[in-house]
Write a protein that binds this ligand. Structure first.
Ligand code: ATP
Length: 334
């Protein structure tokens, strides 16, 4: 059996982990990246495409395989092509639709009794510091911070003029939570019936993370931007973990009720920890996040479960292996 994924995002980690667990591995790669993926011995097969429609055909061509989605899948192929994937996908494909709709997405967090930032439907309602976000996982591109409603309107007009958005309905206006970002990586195992904490990271964003390198009197005229350029490892003080687990378990229960067949595999609660040690979750990802690439050898948390190097890519392959042994592949794919 092949473990297959699209060549981008966390594909190296996913395929490296699949090989460690004894699977054949295949990457579906843009022809321009073929030489890059050729460098890695743990990739058995490179199927290259020149058009995105061909990419889908190639994904469907190897019937005896399981496809692993990651953060670039929808962004690259777009939802209409992802819907055409016919081979089993690891995880819950019904969640893709929820993830692409900001309002539905935040409702899953809210229904899980997770503290989320307030949001504003209309620029007129804005009464505090806010962050205005564009749809899709574009790595923070185009986001801006505004102190009041007139700054929100001004920023939205610029986005409309530059055609980065077609309507103000496209954006989400969220209370800006002051604190420090912490992204909690979890894995829900339908086979072991447990939530595991697999790691944590901070997104390293330009230029907002660079502004602190300069004295504040020099930065007052510079607009902070949130373009992700990398990820930094972090661990949390242990007293934060019980709340993070409560959130994760509530979330798994909500997804089970609202989006059958429920959460399967990796997900991430993207949070800000405030000065009174509250965890405010401003976003979730229902699949592997790029921050897990920090832990190809496992994280300080994954060691607590496995006592062996266990990346999230390998953890996915381990779940597939466990399910296959127990004849339960149908419970972890959709
Ligand atoms: P992507 O959708 O690209 O995967 P993401 O899930 O990491 O991004 P976004 O919601 O897109 O997160 O936010 C990008 C960045 O903006 C965050 O890393 C954080 O620095 C900042 N941010 C987002 N929402 C808030 C908020 N409500 N309060 C404070 N900072 C925020």
């Amino acid at each position: 059996m092949y473990i297959t994924t699209l060549g981008s995002h966390s594909s190296l980690q996913i395929l490296h982990g699949a090989k460690k667990e004894g699977f054949n591995t295949m990457v579906i790669s843009d022809e321009k990246r073929e030489n890059f993926y050729k460098r890695f011995q743990f990739i058995d097969k490179i199927n290259k495409y020149s058009t995105l429609d061909d990419a889908v055909k190639l994904i469907n061509s190897e019937i005896d395989s399981i496809f692993i989605p990651h953060g670039s899948l929808i962004e690259y192929l777009k939802m209409e092509r992802v819907k055409k994937i016919e081979i089993p996908i690891f995880g819950n494909r019904n969640l893709f639709e929820w993830e692409s709709n900001q309002k539905k997405k935040m409702s899953l967090l809210k229904d899980s009794n997770i503290h989320i930032p307030d949001s504003f439907e209309n620029p007129e309602e804005v009464d505090r510091l806010v962050i205005v976000k564009l749809p899709g996982a574009k790595g923070g591109k185009g986001y801006f911070i505004a102190k009041n409603k007139s700054e929100v309107k001004e920023g939205l007009n610029k986005l409309l003029e530059s055609k980065e958005i077609s309507s103000i309905e496209d954006v989400i206006i969220q209370e800006y939570v002051v604190g420090i970002p912490m992204y909690f990586h979890f894995f829900y195992s339908p086979i072991l019936k447990r939530v595991e904490l697999t790691g944590m990271d901070i997104r390293y964003e330009t230029n907002v993370d660079g502004l602190r390198r300069l004295p504040s009197n020099l930065t007052s005229d510079i607009e902070p931007t949130f373009v992700v350029a990398g990820n930094i490892p972090v661990i949390a003080r242990e007293s934060l973990l019980p709340k993070a687990f409560d959130y994760a378990e509530n979330f798994v229960n909500t997804v089970k009720n609202k989006v059958p067949p429920g959460m399967i595999g990796p997900f991430c609660l993207e949070s800000v920890v405030t000065e009174d040690l509250d965890i405010v979750v401003f976003e979730f990802s229902g699949r592997i996040v790029a921050g897990t690439n920090l832990y190809v050898e496992g994280s300080p948390y994954s060691w607590l479960y496995w006592d062996e190097p266990m990346s999230v890519g390998r953890r996915i392959a381990r779940e597939i292996k466990l399910a296959s042994i127990q004849n339960k592949l149908g419970e972890i794919t959709s």
